[in-house]
Every structure is written in structure tokens, then in C-alpha cells.
Write a protein that binds this ligand. Structure first.
Ligand SMILES: [Zn+2]
Ligand SMILES: [Zn+2]
Length: 89
């Protein structure tokens, strides 16, 4: 194993300085992104960002589901009290 012989996976004309922890490709300084203190190439960071965005979308969906549940619950209670008022007469 010899260090320094690697060339950047995305720039063959540049010397590789780091290795992406995700795809194990040799990357140069420009391609290296330090996210959470871990070396990643730009394409792997993009994948991770997309995954995070998916997570946020799921959170939005659950918020909508909670709102829907609360609304249907209040409708249910409204119907219950309406029925109770009907029986009082
Ligand atoms: Zn990578
Ligand atoms: Zn590069």
C-alpha cells in the first residue's frame, strides 16, 4: 500500500488527498466535504442531504396526520355532545 499514488476519482489530473468513507474513492481537496467531521465526496454528501430531506418530508406528513387526528377527534366529541343534547329534550 503506497500513499500519494492515488489520483482524485473525479479529477484524474489532481492528486488525491483523502478517501470518502462512503464509496472509498480517493478524492482531492476540492471534492472533500467535511460533514460531521467525516470525509465524504460531493456525490455521497448529496445522497446524504437527499436522505435528510426525505426525513423532513416524513416529519411534515406525521404533523399533518396529528392535525387530522385532532380534527376528527373534535368532530367526534362534537357529535357526542350534540347527541347528548338531543337526549336531554
Ligand atoms: Zn463518496
Ligand atoms: Zn477532485
Amino acid at each position: 500500500m503506497s500513499l500519494g499514488s492515488g489520483r482524485c476519482h473525479y479529477h484524474p489530473d489532481r492528486a488525491g488527498l483523502g478517501i470518502c468513507v462512503e464509496c472509498r474513492n480517493v478524492i482531492c481537496t476540492e471534492c472533500t466535504t467535511q460533514f460531521e467531521g467525516i470525509n465524504r465526496c460531493a456525490s455521497c454528501l448529496g445522497k446524504r442531504t437527499r436522505a435528510l430531506r426525505k426525513l423532513t418530508a416524513r416529519n411534515d406528513w406525521s404533523f399533518g396526520a396529528v392535525t387530522l387526528a385532532l380534527v376528527s377527534l373534535s368532530v367526534l366529541f362534537g357529535g357526542f355532545f350534540g347527541l347528548a343534547a338531543l337526549f336531554k329534550h
